[in-house]
Design a binder for this molecule. Structure first.
Ligand code: AMP
Ligand code: GLY
Length: 428
């Protein structure tokens, strides 16, 4: 098969790495890719949100399968456009990608199909939003309805914080059109877990469990990020819990979306909270998590391409996936200053040697660039994902940090405690 992966992060590097290893893959492109992806695929300079450019390229090159990494092109209708041209694509169509594209839509689906989630209201009018916030009290959560690059959520501990967040979105236009509507919801307390399932419109097939660390600094402190590290399996995800999430959240979502005439195909990534009154949905994402995908790809024993094709073809009821028992853990190296502003174009040394020194280590690139034989440059916030396998999360963790310490990048930083919860549980 001729395959095109869309995106440029560590998630897409790990997808390309797994796809390139498949005997089913004859030719692999990535648009736009990065310096690490260039070792697995031919990178083409088309942006992930250039829908016309991607569709034209896929048609011209007679691509057999397009695998879409990020949410933006899904919400913009890339899969619809490819399917109109008879090109297979992994990911939901725009009408189904609304699950991530509009938080209000997602909450309405939950309400209609009895999916447990936080109580909520949808608002475009600031006076009504203020009245609702005062009536509910703090803590309370304010969310921009649309895609806001992970920055649209405020967990407000005080009434003032909540009122300001509502005003920033609705009056000041902080998130542009994405914040022209907001969702205000009940604050939930508990441990967060991610669940990934391949979905073909009817059947949902859960993947191995994974958990990420969203806070920028050690001890889960500091500002929220896209994810500073991840590990799999997540010991908090027991078989009983997975069964409950599949029965009360994932399958009702798939059935509900089918009933709405918006069949959900692709990977569904549910963020859930383990609360005292049971598991509740925080959010649905319509793509793989980053860096959760990287640890899942390390543990995947089955052929990824076969799994993606089974999803697109609607035959997951006859499909099964196998995983290595080994644990995997990824440490994100980020540019000093991330998730705030950071320097671009700094040089990173020793990456290839750090990867070669241990066969259990794979280094996925996120924000990197290299011109010809020039130096490896950091060009993004999250830059490298140092990923390792081990018999336990603790072993994977120590291998990953040994590799991290071999990399020479003065302007980078990472958390030193990725996986701490799982390591503590293993020690019990
Ligand atoms: P979201 O993008 O909706 O997952 O929100 C980002 C983060 O905000 C989540 O990962 C949670 O840590 C937090 N969050 C979102 N909704 C709630 C809620 N209702 N209660 C408590 N925390 C929340
Ligand atoms: N790591 C969380 C996400 O991809 O949204």
């Amino acid at each position: 098969m001729k395959i095109l992966v869309v995106g440029s992060g560590g998630r897409e590097h790990s997808l390309c790495w797994a796809i390139a290893a498949s005997p089913l893959c004859e030719k692999l492109w990535c648009a736009p890719g990065n310096a690490g992806i260039a070792q697995e695929a031919e990178c083409v300079a088309i942006a992930a949100d250039d829908i016309d450019g991607l569709v034209a390229f896929a048609g011209r090159e007679a691509v057999d399968l397009v695998v879409v990494g990020p949410e933006q092109p899904l919400v913009m209708g890339l899969v619809d456009r490819l399917e109109e041209k008879g090109i297979k694509a992994f990911g939901p169509r725009a009408a189904a990608a609304e699950l991530e594209g509009s938080k209000g839509f997602m909450k309405d689906i939950c309400a209609k199909y009895d999916i447990p989630t936080a109580a909520y209201g949808r608002f475009t009018d600031i006076e009504k939003a203020r009245a609702f916030i005062r009536e509910q009290g703090a803590p309370i959560v304010i969310k921009a309805d649309g895609l806001a690059a992970g920055k649209g959520v405020t967990v407000a501990l005080t009434l003032d914080e909540a009122l300001n967040a509502a005003e920033d979105a609705l009056v000041e236009g902080q998130f542009g059109i994405a914040g022209a509507e907001i969702v205000i919801e009940e604050f939930m307390e508990g441990e967060e877990i991610s669940i990934f399932a391949l979905c073909d419109g009817r059947t949902a097939l859960p993947l191995a469990s994974a958990q990420d660390h969203k806070a920028a600094y050690d001890g889960d402190k500091g500002p929220n990020t896209g994810g500073m590290g991840a590990y799999s399996p997540a010991p908090a995800m027991t078989d009983a819990l997975l069964a409950e999430v599949m029965k009360t959240i994932i399958q009702p979502t798939i059935d509900g979306m089918a009933a709405e005439g918006r069949p959900y195909k692709g990977v569904l990534f549910a963020g859930v909270m383990l609360t005292r009154d049971g598991v509740k949905l925080l959010e649905h994402n319509v793509r793989f998590g980053d860096p959760e995908c990287q640890v899942l790809m390390m543990r995947l024993r089955s052929d990824l391409v076969a799994a993606l094709v089974a999803t697109v073809d609607g035959v997951l009821d006859r499909f099964d996936m196998r995983w290595y028992d080994d644990a995997a853990l990824a440490v994100v190296l980020a540019a000093e200053g991330y998730p705030g502003s950071y320097e671009k174009g700094t040089e990173i040394k020793g990456v290839a040697a750090a990867g070669d020194a241990d066969e259990n280590v794979t280094i996925f690139h996120a924000g990197t660039k290299r011109d010809g034989d020039g130096p490896l440059l950091a060009v993004g916030g999250r830059v490298l994902n140092v990923t390792a396998l081990g018999r336990t999360v603790a072993e994977a963790q120590s291998r990953a940090y040994e590799a991290v310490d071999r990399i020479d990048w003065a302007q980078g930083f990472c958390r030193r405690d990725i996986g701490w919860r799982a390591v503590a549980r293993e020690g019990e």
